[in-house]
Design a protein around this ligand. Structure first.
Ligand SMILES: Cc1ncc(COP(=O)(O)O)c(C=O)c1O
Length: 314
């Protein structure tokens, strides 16, 4: 039998990280020693209380049913975390949505929002999921170059008017991957004004919110007007070393979250309840765990940069 894939499958390749994992496996089988700088899957442990909660909850046979959506406890922990860290008030019933990793939300939001003729403004260079989501939605990607002279922030004033008119969504990511800079409150203010002027939704990917060295990153949602135009996605993958648990959340504009929720209710039946319980404990952690994590990353960063400098690399 001849199997013809749908046309939309031609718009994207296998994810680069899956491809790199296969290459790595082949090299390791040849006895080659590698340092893996591909996918950012933390090699550090989650907090002990998270491990304990997950083990206890997973031993309870009553926790194996469909979750369908985020639990009240998890949503409450998210709203408390935002209030504690960013002084942002969120309604835990209407302004928070549980995701199966932020990848889930990043790829599905363009599908819930965009028509083929719509443009999506994405950072260039940017994280791979943005392009995948735009391709799956059949929309058009408009790269916003991140240049040194503009502090690696997109120059909103350089986006042509005809693109602004066709743009439905803008994706931002600070602290960024692969360019690890943070955005100021002023930049987010300008982005919100721009979004309101051109009727563009903002999706801020905040996956690295807790991985900073000097300046604590600004939450997009802490800026006036953010909830009118957009949502922020955050994840437990990097902050709490829980990447394999696939748990994250989106917060902010109620209407956008409802759209995403409707799409997701047809795709998945929620995150395994023991993982939601473990994630609740993680968000309720005292901040020492996150501080210790940052100290380890700082040491590694300094070792890497020191090594580069010894090689004569700036
Ligand atoms: C910028 C950025 N956003 C999102 C993700 C995906 O994270 P999650 O595990 O929450 O799907 C990654 C993963 O590396 C990332 O680098």
């Amino acid at each position: 039998m001849l199997i013809h894939s749908a046309r939309r499958m031609k718009a994207f390749q296998e994810n680069i990280f899956t491809e790199l994992a296969d290459i790595k496996k082949a090299k390791v089988a040849q006895g080659i020693e590698l340092i893996d700088l591909s996918i950012g899957s933390p090699d550090l442990a989650p907090p002990p209380s998270v491990l304990q909660t997950l083990a206890e909850e997973a031993a309870n046979p009553n926790k194996f049913g469909y979750a369908l959506k985020g639990t009240e406890d998890f949503h409450r922990a998210i709203t408390n975390y935002y209030m504690r860290n960013y002084q942002v008030e969120l309604d835990c019933d209407n302004e928070v949505l549980t995701l199966m990793g932020s990848q889930d939300g990043l790829v599905h939001l363009p599908m819930a929002l965009c028509e083929p003729e719509d443009y999506v403004l994405v950072p260039d260079p940017g994280y791979t999921a943005y392009a995948a989501g735009v391709s799956m939605a059949g929309a058009t990607m408009y790269p916003m170059p991140l240049k040194k002279e503009s502090g690696y922030l997109p120059s909103l004033e350089d986006i042509p008017l005809e693109v602004c008119e066709k743009a439905k969504l803008m994706i931002l990511n600070y602290p960024g991957n692969p360019i690890p800079v943070v955005a100021s409150e002023g930049f987010f203010k300008a982005a919100i004004t721009f979004a309101k002027r051109h009727n563009i939704v903002i999706l801020h990917d905040f996956a690295y919110s807790e991985l900073y060295y000097d300046r604590k990153p600004v939450s997009f949602l802490s800026v006036d007007g953010a909830k009118d135009v957009g949502i922020e996605m955050n994840s437990l993958s990097k902050s709490f070393n829980m990447a394999g648990c696939r748990i994250a959340y989106a917060a902010g504009n109620h209407e956008l979250l409802q759209l995403l929720k409707r799409l997701k209710s047809n795709l998945d039946y929620g995150v395994f309840l023991p993982i939601q319980a473990a994630a609740t404990v993680a968000l309720d952690q005292p901040s020492e765990f996150l501080e210790k994590n940052r100290v380890i990353y700082r040491k590694r960063r300094d070792t890497l940069i020191g090594g580069f400098q010894q090689l004569g690399w700036k």
